[in-house]
Design a protein around this ligand. Structure first.
Ligand code: SF4
Length: 340
């Protein structure tokens, strides 16, 4: 899901009627990725451990058990090599990620969820993309850095963690130094997230649902809520909250929670905000996305989400926000689409 022209909001700055007030920094501090501190030996151990998990794949909570090292594929559709749809500079992410020069976004092929409304379904569900060597992906990361990217932003990475670790390691040997963003649905296994500690700088983690029945109906998994909440706690434990430095710039390290408001389900907003405030931190940045439009199988009447949000639904979410106790966030205007 993407972001364009995000407007910062804070709990004291949402005017009656739910319109956000713009405040906050626009510039990201320059910083090296945490992975520069990791020894070669430790990095190699992480990569080996990650690849071993693909022998009977349990990299994500699906736990398909398929022998990916033999070229077989599970629900996510990925095998051994990195599979990428496209990479490019992206200016539509949240301000600490896109900054002024753009985020080095790598759109990966495949996904471990099966969301009926996925706006990236040609790559996530239909597996469009190209298999490539780790060395070639590493070259792409270095190229994005040379083009000015603030960071490397892996979109839908959960099922390709071994390949991403290997590509960052190889790219580090070629001079990669910018931070790493892990842009995820949060349907992540804790033991896989542990392999990323000290390598990922910014977690951009969704909290899509707070109701397992809805998650099952719309994304095809029965345990999304418990898995995602546990994963977000682990991500927050690793990197904390995004901070602001002494010059008023975002420090590129921390967790951002994304919440895509779905039609007929805006009532989940209260539970999303409560989870963030109570289980993460009231300082956590929350990105509220109201630009939903029906795509893919959401166009079927049976999905129940075959329309855009109404003004009433958006107002309800913003009023909920104003009572949430949360301090930082952004909201995307209705009707703006695209992005990662
Ligand atoms: S990463 Fe893919 S193959 Fe592995 S358990 Fe998850 S869905 Fe299955």
């Amino acid at each position: 899901m993407g972001h364009k022209q995000d407007h910062p909001v804070d709990s004291g700055a949402v005017a009656a009627g739910g319109q956000p007030i713009e405040t906050g920094p626009e510039v990201v501090a320059e910083a090296n990725g945490a992975y520069l501190q990791l020894s070669d030996a430790e990095f190699r151990d992480r990569i080996r451990a990650a690849y071993r998990r693909m022998a009977a794949c349990d990299l994500c909570p699906r736990r398909c058990g398929v022998p990916r090292l033999s070229g077989k594929t599970g629900i996510c559709g990925a095998a051994v090599k990195p599979k990428v749809f496209v990479w490019n500079l992206h200016h539509g992410e949240e301000p600490p990620v896109s900054g002024t020069r753009g985020s080095g976004t790598v759109f990966l092929s495949g996904c471990n969820l099966n969301c009926c409304y996925c706006q990236n379904y040609p790559l996530s569900q239909l597996h469009h993309g190209t298999e490539m060597s780790v060395a070639k992906l590493a070259d792409a990361l270095v190229e994005l850095q040379a083009r000015g990217a603030h960071n490397i932003n892996f979109v839908t990475p959960s099922h390709q963690v071994p390949q991403l670790l290997a590509s960052v390691f190889a790219a580090r040997q070629k001079g990669l130094h910018i931070p790493i963003v892990y842009n995820t649905s949060s349907y992540d296994e804790l033991s896989t997230l542990a392999l990323l500690e000290g390598i990922v700088d910014i977690y951009l983690g969704d909290l899509r649902y707070t109701n397992e029945d809805t998650a099952m109906k719309l994304s095809g998994v029965s345990d999304y809520v418990q898995v995602a909440e546990r994963a977000l706690v682990a991500m927050h434990h690793q990197v904390g909250d995004i901070g602001i430095d002494g010059q008023g710039r975002y420090v590129p390290r921390g967790l951002i929670v994304r919440y895509l408001v779905l039609p007929r389900h805006s009532g989940m907003a209260g539970d999303v905000f409560r989870f963030v405030a109570r289980r993460l931190s009231r300082q956590t940045y929350v990105s509220v996305m109201t630009q939903y439009f029906p795509a893919y199988r959401a166009l079927d009447r049976a999905s129940g989400i075959g329309r855009k949000l109404t003004d009433t639904e958006c107002d309800r979410v913003m009023k909920t926000w104003s009572h949430s106790g949360l301090v930082h966030g952004w909201v995307q205007d209705m009707g703006e689409g695209g992005g990662a």
